[in-house]
Design a protein. Structure first.
Ligand code: PLP
Length: 361
């Protein structure tokens, strides 16, 4: 008998399905499936990468002091309370590894990001899915589900793939009402897209049971560089640093992220273009009979009449060289998540969906 076996929970993990990047037989595709910045990285970030490439033979910094200082300066935070990771995925992973294990529960919402479940299972903990209200986080449902076994509560705000968000007063009520051993993780992967929203930074800075995670993969256009960060009490950040690999971020990735966050003019331009094009896309889809919830992120969750119609529209889009995201795995089989692209891409996706709704298949 084979006695080699993985830890409990590992075999329950379904492999993460990333957004498709190509369609067989179709060239020049437009990829609107992974919520990437359609304008790419800033010139400053590209230049920083070119410069850092000359130092590739050197090991990178272990404490990420320069990047943490840049993040702290731009966001008005305490650099000692920041940890950087290989994408915010790694911060999510550290949190589960450090705070949850067999017998513990990790709460995520009904349509929450897939990595919460994956990281909870990888740590041997039990993921607990809590219903949302019409694709919006339901604080009362989370509070009702939280108990003595709850160690972590993951909340993406804005949420992916719904695009909806809840206000800070509701988040504060949630943090206040959780059992004392539980940490509320506010995932702010899309926080930068929301004008005037700090992603929960002030809350994470003042409450010992709140951690905020952020990423360079979306608005900053660095998905391929894999840089994210977390912000919380010094005690929690100290715990997470103990399990972080000393050289988890490359010299090149660190340089790109630092330049990207300091290029505030570029960030602002990308943010305002996203808002303009997202609103245009949502309205254009609605005119074609495809509703969506008011999105606060860089994508729109387009709702169709049935799972079959969503699948047929996805196939039609692909045949026209447009790749969007099926979200059946997020309990949303009748929806397609469409990343807000540049203006020609938004016009093209709206036009093709219009043709589909008019009966063309
Ligand atoms: C809600 C949410 N959190 C976290 C992530 C992870 O981002 P990254 O690991 O690229 O920082 C994503 C990426 O899609 C996301 O949608």
């Amino acid at each position: 008998m084979n006695q080699i076996a993985p830890q409990p929970g590992i075999m329950e993990i379904a492999l993460y399905q990333g957004g498709k990047a190509s369609v067989e037989g179709v060239s020049n595709v437009i990829k609107l499936s992974s919520n990437e910045n359609p304008f790419g990285p800033s010139e400053a970030a590209q230049e920083a990468v070119r410069r850092a490439a000359r130092e590739m033979h050197r090991y990178p910094s272990t404490d990420h002091a320069e990047l943490r200082a840049a993040i702290a300066e731009v966001h008005g935070l305490d650099a000692r309370q920041i940890i950087c990771g290989v994408g915010s995925d790694e911060i999510i992973h550290f949190l589960c590894q450090a705070y949850a294990g067999p017998g513990d529960e990790v709460i995520h919402t009904e349509h929450g990001f897939a990595m919460y479940r994956i990281s909870a299972l990888a740590a041997g903990a039990t993921p607990v899915e809590v219903p949302e209200q019409e694709r919006v986080t339901d604080v009362d449902a989370i509070l009702a589900a939280a108990g003595p076994k709850t160690k972590l509560v993951f909340l993406a705000n804005p949420n992916n793939p719904t695009g909806t968000m809840i206000g800070l007063a509701e988040i504060e009520r949630l943090a206040e009402g959780l059992p004392p051993q539980a940490i509320l993780v506010l995932d702010g992967a899309y926080a930068e897209y929301v004008e005037g929203y700090d992603g929960g930074a002030a809350l994470a800075g003042s409450r010992s049971n709140v951690v905020m995670t952020r990423t360079f993969s979306k608005l900053y256009g660095l998905g391929g560089m894999r840089v994210g960060w977390g912000y919380g009490s010094q005690e929690i950040i100290d715990v997470l640093n103990r399990i972080r690999g000393p050289f988890n971020l490359s010299t090149v990735a660190l340089a790109a992220a630092e330049a990207a966050i300091r290029d505030t003019a570029y960030v602002e331009r990308c943010r305002s273009e996203n808002t303009r094009l997202r609103n245009w896309l949502a309205e254009a889809l609605a005119e074609h009979g495809v509703p969506s919830d008011a999105s606060t992120a860089n994508f729109v969750l387009a709702r169709f009449g049935s799972p079959e119609e969503a699948a047929a529209c996805d196939a039609f889009l692909q045949s026209e060289g447009l790749i969007v995201r099926r979200v059946a795995g997020y309990n949303l089989p009748a929806a397609l998540r469409i990343t807000v692209g540049d203006e020609p891409s938004c016009r093209r996706v709206a036009h093709v969906i219009g043709r589909f709704k008019a009966g063309e298949r």
